[in-house]
Write a protein that binds this ligand. Structure first.
Ligand SMILES: Nc1nc2c([nH]c(=O)n2[C@H]2C[C@H](O)[C@@H](COP(=O)(O)OP(=O)(O)OP(=O)(O)O)O2)c(=O)[nH]1
Length: 136
Protein backbone atom coordinates (compact mmCIF):
# COMPACT_ATOMS: atom_id res chain seq x y z
CA UNK A 1 0.00 0.00 0.00
CA UNK A 2 1.37 3.43 -0.87
CA UNK A 3 2.02 6.00 1.87
CA UNK A 4 -0.60 8.35 0.38
CA UNK A 5 -3.45 5.79 0.43
CA UNK A 6 -6.11 6.82 2.93
CA UNK A 7 -4.72 10.33 3.38
CA UNK A 8 -6.92 13.33 2.71
CA UNK A 9 -6.70 14.31 -0.95
CA UNK A 10 -4.81 17.48 -1.84
CA UNK A 11 -6.66 19.84 -4.19
CA UNK A 12 -4.63 21.02 -7.17
CA UNK A 13 -5.72 23.70 -9.65
CA UNK A 14 -4.50 23.01 -13.19
CA UNK A 15 -4.88 25.28 -16.22
CA UNK A 16 -4.85 24.52 -19.90
CA UNK A 17 -4.12 27.70 -21.86
CA UNK A 18 -5.55 27.15 -25.33
CA UNK A 19 -4.75 29.29 -28.36
CA UNK A 20 -7.35 29.78 -31.13
CA UNK A 21 -5.50 27.16 -33.25
CA UNK A 22 -5.78 24.60 -30.42
CA UNK A 23 -2.18 24.75 -29.17
CA UNK A 24 -1.88 24.21 -25.41
CA UNK A 25 0.86 25.15 -22.96
CA UNK A 26 2.79 22.51 -21.02
CA UNK A 27 5.56 22.99 -18.49
CA UNK A 28 8.31 20.73 -17.20
CA UNK A 29 8.49 20.06 -13.47
CA UNK A 30 11.59 21.63 -11.95
CA UNK A 31 14.32 19.78 -10.08
CA UNK A 32 13.55 19.05 -6.44
CA UNK A 33 9.85 18.24 -6.95
CA UNK A 34 8.42 14.74 -7.11
CA UNK A 35 8.41 13.61 -10.76
CA UNK A 36 11.02 16.22 -11.69
CA UNK A 37 11.49 16.53 -15.43
CA UNK A 38 7.97 15.26 -16.17
CA UNK A 39 5.67 17.45 -18.25
CA UNK A 40 2.37 18.78 -16.92
CA UNK A 41 -0.16 21.50 -17.44
CA UNK A 42 0.81 24.45 -15.21
CA UNK A 43 -0.83 24.80 -11.81
CA UNK A 44 -0.32 23.91 -8.18
CA UNK A 45 -1.80 23.18 -4.81
CA UNK A 46 -4.81 25.09 -3.54
CA UNK A 47 -3.99 26.82 -0.25
CA UNK A 48 -6.17 26.49 2.82
CA UNK A 49 -9.28 28.67 2.49
CA UNK A 50 -8.49 29.60 -1.11
CA UNK A 51 -11.04 29.23 -3.94
CA UNK A 52 -9.81 26.85 -6.66
CA UNK A 53 -10.06 29.46 -9.41
CA UNK A 54 -8.11 31.94 -7.27
CA UNK A 55 -5.40 29.30 -6.76
CA UNK A 56 -5.22 28.79 -10.51
CA UNK A 57 -4.81 32.51 -11.14
CA UNK A 58 -2.17 32.80 -8.40
CA UNK A 59 -0.13 29.87 -9.69
CA UNK A 60 -0.11 31.25 -13.24
CA UNK A 61 1.15 34.63 -12.04
CA UNK A 62 3.82 33.01 -9.81
CA UNK A 63 5.05 30.42 -12.32
CA UNK A 64 4.56 32.14 -15.67
CA UNK A 65 3.68 35.80 -15.16
CA UNK A 66 0.39 35.15 -16.95
CA UNK A 67 -2.90 36.74 -15.84
CA UNK A 68 -5.84 34.46 -16.53
CA UNK A 69 -8.84 36.59 -17.51
CA UNK A 70 -11.37 33.77 -17.75
CA UNK A 71 -11.33 30.00 -17.35
CA UNK A 72 -13.97 27.26 -17.43
CA UNK A 73 -13.91 24.20 -15.23
CA UNK A 74 -13.26 21.22 -17.53
CA UNK A 75 -12.90 18.02 -15.51
CA UNK A 76 -11.71 16.52 -12.25
CA UNK A 77 -9.33 13.60 -11.79
CA UNK A 78 -8.25 11.85 -8.60
CA UNK A 79 -4.94 10.00 -8.49
CA UNK A 80 -2.93 8.33 -5.75
CA UNK A 81 0.84 8.76 -6.15
CA UNK A 82 3.47 7.48 -3.76
CA UNK A 83 4.06 11.07 -2.63
CA UNK A 84 0.44 12.26 -2.42
CA UNK A 85 -3.22 11.63 -3.12
CA UNK A 86 -4.23 14.46 -5.43
CA UNK A 87 -7.56 15.79 -6.65
CA UNK A 88 -6.87 17.65 -9.87
CA UNK A 89 -9.26 20.39 -11.00
CA UNK A 90 -8.62 21.11 -14.69
CA UNK A 91 -9.67 24.41 -16.24
CA UNK A 92 -9.47 25.60 -19.83
CA UNK A 93 -8.60 29.23 -20.47
CA UNK A 94 -8.73 30.95 -23.83
CA UNK A 95 -8.34 34.46 -22.43
CA UNK A 96 -5.23 35.61 -20.65
CA UNK A 97 -2.81 38.50 -20.53
CA UNK A 98 0.96 38.26 -20.87
CA UNK A 99 3.45 35.99 -22.62
CA UNK A 100 4.49 33.00 -20.48
CA UNK A 101 7.90 33.49 -18.84
CA UNK A 102 9.95 30.88 -17.09
CA UNK A 103 9.81 32.47 -13.63
CA UNK A 104 10.76 29.27 -11.78
CA UNK A 105 13.40 28.17 -14.27
CA UNK A 106 11.11 25.57 -15.81
CA UNK A 107 10.95 24.74 -19.50
CA UNK A 108 7.62 25.15 -21.21
CA UNK A 109 6.27 24.48 -24.67
CA UNK A 110 3.20 25.20 -26.78
CA UNK A 111 1.99 21.95 -28.27
CA UNK A 112 -0.49 20.91 -30.95
CA UNK A 113 -0.38 17.13 -30.88
CA UNK A 114 1.41 16.68 -27.55
CA UNK A 115 4.92 15.44 -28.24
CA UNK A 116 6.74 16.21 -24.99
CA UNK A 117 7.45 13.32 -22.66
CA UNK A 118 7.29 11.91 -20.08
CA UNK A 119 3.95 13.29 -18.91
CA UNK A 120 2.59 13.00 -15.37
CA UNK A 121 0.65 9.73 -15.16
CA UNK A 122 -2.66 11.33 -14.09
CA UNK A 123 -2.54 13.73 -17.03
CA UNK A 124 -1.95 11.20 -19.82
CA UNK A 125 -5.55 9.87 -20.08
CA UNK A 126 -6.89 13.39 -20.55
CA UNK A 127 -5.01 14.05 -23.76
CA UNK A 128 -7.40 12.01 -25.91
CA UNK A 129 -10.41 13.96 -24.52
CA UNK A 130 -8.53 17.21 -25.03
CA UNK A 131 -7.81 16.29 -28.66
CA UNK A 132 -11.51 15.60 -29.29
CA UNK A 133 -12.26 19.06 -27.96
CA UNK A 134 -9.49 20.76 -29.93
CA UNK A 135 -9.81 18.87 -33.21
CA UNK A 136 -13.50 17.84 -33.52
N1 LIG B 1 0.22 21.24 -12.17
C1 LIG B 1 -0.10 19.98 -12.41
N2 LIG B 1 -0.03 19.04 -11.43
C2 LIG B 1 -0.36 17.78 -11.77
C3 LIG B 1 -0.77 17.43 -13.09
N3 LIG B 1 -1.01 16.09 -13.12
C4 LIG B 1 -0.76 15.60 -11.89
O1 LIG B 1 -0.83 14.44 -11.54
N4 LIG B 1 -0.36 16.64 -11.06
C5 LIG B 1 0.01 16.45 -9.65
C6 LIG B 1 1.51 16.42 -9.42
C7 LIG B 1 1.63 16.92 -7.99
O2 LIG B 1 1.48 15.81 -7.12
C8 LIG B 1 0.44 17.85 -7.85
C9 LIG B 1 0.83 19.29 -8.05
O3 LIG B 1 1.57 19.70 -6.95
P1 LIG B 1 2.88 20.61 -7.04
O4 LIG B 1 3.84 20.08 -6.03
O5 LIG B 1 3.34 20.73 -8.43
O6 LIG B 1 2.25 21.97 -6.59
P2 LIG B 1 2.93 23.32 -6.15
O7 LIG B 1 3.53 23.98 -7.36
O8 LIG B 1 1.87 24.08 -5.39
O9 LIG B 1 4.10 22.81 -5.23
P3 LIG B 1 4.88 23.36 -3.99
O10 LIG B 1 6.27 23.50 -4.51
O11 LIG B 1 4.22 24.65 -3.59
O12 LIG B 1 4.73 22.26 -2.98
O13 LIG B 1 -0.48 17.48 -8.85
C10 LIG B 1 -0.83 18.42 -14.10
O14 LIG B 1 -1.14 18.20 -15.29
N5 LIG B 1 -0.48 19.68 -13.70
Amino acid sequence: MSEATGKKPIDVAVGILMKPNGDVLLGQRPAGKPYQGYWEFPGGKVESGEAILDALKREFVEELGVHILSASAWCGVEHVYEHAHVRLHFFISREWQGEPQSLEGQAFAWQGAVGVSPLLPATIPLLACLDQLRYP
